[in-house]
Design a protein around this ligand. Structure first.
Ligand code: NBP
Length: 429
């Protein structure tokens, strides 16, 4: 008797593809995997191969191992590699087969690919996947875009592998047509840039302004993580900051080179806001901060020419500041989300996508990097009024008004102690 065919296929077995394939296979969906460099496939199968996770050495064998309509997820480096893989796949597929691009593709590429493939009789889905390698393995947040008909076919598999939201639903929804899923993923990453920068600014102001060490700052973040700022990003900051240097004195974070890079999705989000004419200052400033941080040699030269102000932390009440900072961060993060959703609204209008903001806030509640308690508040706010921009919805307006004075105060202290607050400052502005 011949082997049963696979329900799903994954091409590209770096960290994301490997873990996503293992996730699908663990939900009782037989999954075939293929990688350009065969070693990665054989290593994966040697370690995790099973009745439901099977490797194929050639693309032909991979395609023939799949049940029709074939569902093939591409998890390779975004850009040209996706086009190369599609070009190799098409002669082997049949009309009606489905290609899903799960990488961080630029949405304009997804729109182009969807059009080109549908003209040839194939289906193409652009699916944002968030959660890094852990999320891919245990339950990511998925942001799929493509035709409604294909969504109905993909829904059971995508729901089975995605994370849970706050109410036990699944962190996946049909985001919209063609590039909508990748667009929402791009904005998600832009918001992630802004929140990470705000966390970095909070660290710096507590360190430079109040003389706190990384362990004390970790304790503050731990407290924040039990309140309204509870989130994956504050959560992971605690062990990162409290890790002591195994090879010397003090905390490891203080020995890490202060030079950040970027992979592009934050930059794309900022560029999108300029092109569509919508303000996105918190995200754009997060990109600026990374650029500035990467120019370390220049910063060192400037620091020799300009004397920083004298820190005045001794005159300030640390405990009070820590409370003010929590309120300030809450407002600043709300503003960043509001700017992200404003951009989504503009894009939806111009691209003719019917985006459901409450649903988007819901599918970001689990699995993804920006998962946070605040997303429950945003889901409720959009349910309260789906027509208004976030900052005009009454419940959000009340929260912003309540923390606004603290946001001003934190910015004033930042100026006084000489800590640049790119994002926390942009939120106030
Ligand atoms: P990478 O982005 O590092 O890509 C490596 C994979 O692409 C390998 O399987 C490699 O095959 C394959 N590949 C390349 Br490069 N060029 C190819 C070509 N011309 N033909 C066929 N395959 C080719 O992998 P990743 O970090 O797992 O990410 C995959 C996607 O998911 C990316 O779009 C990424 O932006 C996105 N993403 C990543 C994360 C994360 O945390 N890493 C999170 C969310 C989304 P080889 O082994 O033969 O070189």
């Amino acid at each position: 008797m011949s082997e049963p065919l696979s329900d799903f296929g994954v091409i590209g077995l770096a960290v994301m593809g490997q873990n996503l394939a293992r996730n699908v296979a663990s939900r009782d969906h037989k999954t075939s995997v293929y990688n350009r460099t065969t070693d990665k496939m054989t290593e994966l199968i040697a370690e995790h191969g099973s009745e439901t996770l099977v490797g194929q050495e050639t693309l032909e064998d991979f395609v023939h191992s799949l049940a029709v309509p074939r569902k093939v997820m591409i998890m390779v480096k975004a850009g040209k590699p996706v086009d190369y893989v599609i070009a190799d796949l098409l002669p082997l597929l049949d009309e009606g087969d489905i290609i899903i691009d799960g990488g961080n593709s630029l949405f304009t590429d997804t729109v182009r690919r969807e059009k080109e493939l549908s003209e040839k009789g194939f289906y193409f889905f652009g699916c944002g996947v968030s959660g890094g390698e852990e999320g891919a393995l245990h339950g990511p947040s998925l942001m799929p875009g493509g035709s409604e008909k294909v969504w109905n076919w993909l829904q059971p598999i995508l729901e089975s592998i995605s994370a849970d939201d706050f109410s036990g639903g699944k962190c996946v929804t049909h985001v919209g047509a063609d590039g909508a899923g990748h667009y929402v993923k791009m904005v998600h990453n832009g918001i992630e840039y802004a929140i990470m920068q705000m966390i970095a600014e909070s660290y710096q102001i507590m360190k430079d302004g109040f003389g706190m060490n990384a362990g004390e700052i970790a304790d503050v973040f731990e407290t924040y993580n039990k309140g309204k700022l509870a989130s994956y990003l504050f959560g992971i900051s605690v062990p990162i900051l409290s890790k002591e240097d195994p090879e010397g004195d003090g905390f490891l974070i203080e020995k890490v080179m202060d030079k950040a890079g970027q992979k592009g999705t934050g930059r794309w989000t900022a560029i999108e806001s300029y092109q569509r004419g919508g303000e996105l200052s918190t995200i754009a400033q997060a990109v600026n901060a990374r650029v500035s941080s990467s120019e370390k040699e220049k910063r060192i030269e400037y620091s020799k020419l300009y004397t920083p102000p004298v820190s005045s932390h001794e005159k300030l009440d640390k405990d009070r500041f820590v409370q003010q900072l929590e309120e300030a961060l809450y407002v600043a993060i709300l503003v960043s989300y509001a700017q992200g959703f404003d951009l989504l609204e503009k894009a939806a209008e111009e691209q003719n996508w019917n985006l459901n903001f409450s649903e988007i806030a819901r599918i970001w509640q689990g699995g993804c990097i920006i998962q946070a308690k605040i997303l429950g508040t945003l889901q409720d706010a959009f349910l309260e009024d789906s027509e208004k921009p976030l900052l005009q919805i009454e419940s959000i307006q009340q929260s912003v008004s309540a923390g606004w004075a603290d946001l001003r105060e934190v910015n004033k202290i930042g100026i006084d102690v000489g800590v640049p607050l790119y994002c926390i400052g942009a939120a106030l502005t």
